[in-house]
Design a protein around this ligand. Sequence first.
Ligand SMILES: NC(=O)c1ccc[n+]([C@@H]2O[C@H](COP(=O)([O-])OP(=O)(O)OC[C@H]3O[C@@H](n4cnc5c(N)ncnc54)[C@H](OP(=O)(O)O)[C@@H]3O)[C@@H](O)[C@H]2O)c1
Length: 282
Amino acid sequence: MRTLVTGFTGKVGYEVAKKLKAENVYHVCAVRDPEKAEAAFGDEYDFVKLDFSDPGTFDEALEQVDRIFLMYPPGGNFPFKKFLEQAKKSGIVHIAYLSLKDAQYIPFLHHYKMEKLIKKSAIPYTFVRAGYFMQNLNDFLREEIKEKQRIFVPAGKGKTSFVDTRDLAEISALALVHSERHKNKSYAVTGAEALDFYEVAEIMTNILGVNIEYTEPSVKEFKAYMEKRGENKAFINVTAGIHISTKLGLAKGVTHDYQKITGGEPTNIRTYIEDFKEYWEG
Ligand SMILES: NC(=O)c1ccc[n+]([C@@H]2O[C@H](COP(=O)([O-])OP(=O)(O)OC[C@H]3O[C@@H](n4cnc5c(N)ncnc54)[C@H](OP(=O)(O)O)[C@@H]3O)[C@@H](O)[C@H]2O)c1
């Protein structure tokens, strides 16, 4: 078996590649800029060029692989129908697709459409429907936390069942390696507890030894501030949308698929903050 890992430079793809490497599972990492990736990672990983917006890159990326960890990049309308047609032709036998928890109920989401497309392609699949990533705290929320000691999202007092992307990678790797067992299954993967951002701020304060506040901005305040910071409109709207649904109580559902599949407990947010401490320090 040989797996193509897409989104290698992202929060989940990198962890999937790490897992496969640790298990000695042959894989190749898809990036838009292989030279840059080679400069950063040396010969630690093998790279191939893949740009979902450029069908001219699909053939080479699909050469000599039979499985794919597939993610949908943020934004954009990508020609995934074409990608899946070529994947089918080139003999892909399994796709682990990074989806979103409850995506099957939300027809306007690209994940809803992607799941349908994958099913239609007749390539066996596992849908890893993820909850809100813990790693958002060291990604797009990092700057505010580090520079201003605050979590600035319009999530009200809503709770979120934060999941560690390392746990999502573990489920994805298992689905790829034991593809028969996980064939055409969908898993909703969250952490074991739902927390509001006041609780997250308190945990961060205790672990980092710096007072981190959750300021509970309104949607209007959040959008105005993000615009002032020069963020792009699509990003602001998506980020606001995600946290509005949290405010409405839609992100609090805790599932047990991680425990059922692995027999273990999902990563606790305290462990995650300890492990990623350096992102918010100094
Ligand atoms: N954040 C959450 O809480 C959450 C929860 C559930 C599901 N999700 C889903 O997770 C996915 C994002 O995963 P992530 O957070 O691991 O990614 P990420 O950290 O946002 O990184 C984005 C990745 O996409 C790659 N990429 C961007 N444009 C590309 C293109 N045209 N062709 C090929 N690759 C491209 C980037 O590679 P380059 O180095 O080339 O830029 C990078 O590896 C989204 O579909 C999102 O809906 C997110």
